[in-house]
Design a protein around this ligand. Sequence first.
Ligand SMILES: *Cc1c(COP(=O)(O)O)cnc(C)c1O
Length: 390
Amino acid sequence: MNIQKKRAERITQLPPYLFAEIDRKKSEVQKKGIDIIDLGVGDPDLPTPEHIVHRMREAVANPKYHTYPSYVGMLEFRKAVADWYKKRFQIALDPETEVLALIGSKEGIAHIPLAFINPGDVGLYTSPGYPVYRTGIQFAGGTAHAVPLLEQNGFLPDLEAIPEDQKRRAKLFFLNYPNNPTGAVAERDFFERLVAFARENGVIVCHDAPYTEMSYDGYRPMSFLEVKRAKEVGIEFHSLSKTYRMTGWRLGFAVGNREVIQALGKVKSNIDSGAFEAVQAAGIEALSGDQACVEEMRATYQKRRDIMVAALNRMGLAVTPPKATFYLWIKVPDGSTSAAFATKVLEETGIVITPGNGFGPEGEGYVRMALTVGEDRLKEAADRLANLKF
Ligand SMILES: *Cc1c(COP(=O)(O)O)cnc(C)c1O
């Protein structure tokens, strides 16, 4: 039997996995005995803070957490999320109806199109961006329409430029600030225009915000829900992955419009059975316990950012230090392409960076560097880059 031929179009039409090509080249270079410094994947290198791990150890031994979880999340976890939003953004959320636990925010992002998209409907998403926006829309049978993020617009989407017919057919709009991969941030005036756009066109806003706590120089990104009437038009996805270095634990949440939350919950109740309650207990500890670990995280990445931005600028690559996220979005030298430059850097220095077009064709001409190694290794990477000829 030819299994390949039986695969559904939603699988065969997928773009190649973002890191597949770079992984292949990386192992080629590794085989030559070159020491690799991996600045490719956006996964924090530091361990989860000890007090969170400690709470997990206790919780995992407690039989009350061993049964099927409630698919919306433990009420105590949803209360901890609501309290955190109140403290951090001064937004009041009803933990019963406006908060939903997720098995990592990726899970909710991938599933929400199933709640709203019919075949033929359009889902808007910003590009370059997290690949799941597009595939989530397509898996639901929708048409994914990329809204480009251009440097001259501060990597914010030009809402006026979205074609009339796409706007009319659009049901969802995925956006993400602070932004992966560009490191851009959005301010109140943009979010206000976004809410007006959503109201005018009847589009549900799905704001993906896992990097609000990873910010520098005292800057504090805002929540989309802080602007007036935002809760009428959408939800915000959030995650414990980046803030508390818990990528492997799989815990996130969605907050905002109760009808959107309810619809997403309905999809989830038919697919998964919720996050392990011991992980939710650890999540409560993360959100409501000592926040010193978050301050340490910011200080760590800020130092790394400054080391690498200075090194890149010395090389003649103009990079503005991002106010948030642990990504540097670097324009490749004139005459090069994303793939050619990333390959050259890998082959000549052993440093893995991600070609920008892996985040969508709109990312062509850039590479992304994730600041996910310690200061010593990052300085080593900077020294190697200083010798790169281009
Ligand atoms: C890391 C990341 C996520 C999701 O993380 P989870 O671990 O699934 O919570 C979502 N969106 C963006 C843009 C990310 O970079």
